[in-house]
Design a protein around this ligand. Structure first.
Ligand SMILES: C[S@@+](CC[C@H](N)C(=O)[O-])C[C@H]1O[C@@H](n2cnc3c(N)ncnc32)[C@H](O)[C@@H]1O
Length: 277
């Protein structure tokens, strides 16, 4: 079948290609640029916008981190979803202790960049229930984990709480683009699209910025995406991330955030918390 594909690539800037291609030619043209398909390092900075590409399974496997909790690793990039020092330990420190517990808003509207395994969502549900805090949680994800992968993640067994396995499964089975109440205090909205498509205006109180590291996705640690996060947050809203690089801090400051350096989780000296004035 002939496709008329418009492929827009971002490689430290932008250029567009407009050309007619057959399916297998698209594969050949795009795959070398796509780490999820085992592509080469030069292609790590490039992102295609084809729906076809987003429907492809990511090559990844499950590992156990030092605190006993699971994580996934993207094989083409050799990039884990969480710290190898402890997935639950890191998520709790960065997103719950330094983010959620720092917010005074009630109810709380959270935007997660990279829903992935659902670990941050599950920890947030636990905290929302414990604090009787109504949370509306929006998770953006372009490359969802499969139900089979989710079933092998051991978070419900590693965390205290009744019925967590059921809650975790409901999160992963939740339809895209629909609100689903998972617990009396936790409502989930999963959105399946590219980070760059986020166009919210003052709709969130807290952003969990949990995209892959700058080594593999440098384009997401720049002013372009932080500007979108700034706009998505309400005044007084905060963004937390595990990263602490000076260039990341400066990019956040350049779009208007006030930025604090905080102690990082075990294995990491610092992390960042950005506040919209
Ligand atoms: C570091 S992982 C963290 C995921 C999640 N927070 C967790 O705890 O499992 C980054 C996530 O971003 C997703 N991702 C990568 N590139 C993306 C893009 N361009 N648009 C949307 N999601 C993307 C990945 O599929 C992955 O789930």
């Amino acid at each position: 079948m002939k496709l008329f594909a418009r492929v827009k690539l971002n490689i430290y800037g932008k250029f567009g290609l407009l050309f007619p291609l057959k399916n297998h030619q698209i594969c050949r043209a795009i795959c070398p640029l796509m780490p999820y398909r085992g592509g080469n390092p030069a292609g790590m900075r490039a992102r295609g916008k084809l729906a076809w590409y987003y429907s492809q399974p990511m090559k990844r496997h499950i590992e156990t981190t030092k605190d006993g909790s699971s994580t996934l690793r993207v094989e083409g990039w050799d990039e884990p979803y969480h710290s190898v020092h402890g997935a639950i330990q890191e998520s709790r420190h960065v997103f719950i202790e330094s983010g959620l517990k720092h917010c005074n808003t009630h109810p709380l509207r959270i935007l997660e960049m990279g829903f992935g395994t659902g670990l941050n969502a599950l920890l947030t549900l636990l905290e929302a229930n414990a604090m009787s805090l109504p949370v509306h949680y929006t998770g953006v994800e372009a490359f969802p984990v499969t139900l089979e992968e989710a079933g092998q993640l051991n978070y419900p067994q590693q965390l205290p709480g009744m019925g967590l396995a059921g809650d975790f499964e409901r999160m992963h089975r939740a339809p895209w683009e629909e609100n689903l109440q998972i617990s009396p205090y936790f409502t989930l909205l999963k959105r399946r699209f590219d980070f760059m498509a986020v166009a919210a205006e003052e709709q969130f109180d807290l952003v969990y910025f949990d995209v892959f590291g700058a080594r593999v996705q440098p384009e997401f640690w720049t002013e372009v995406l932080f500007e979108k996060m700034y706009r998505a947050l309400d005044h007084g809203g905060i963004l937390v991330t595990y990263a602490a690089k000076g260039s990341v801090r400066r990019a956040m400051q350049a779009v208007g955030f006030g930025v604090e350096r905080l102690p990082g989780p075990p294995g990491k000296r610092e992390m960042l918390r950005a506040t919209k004035p």
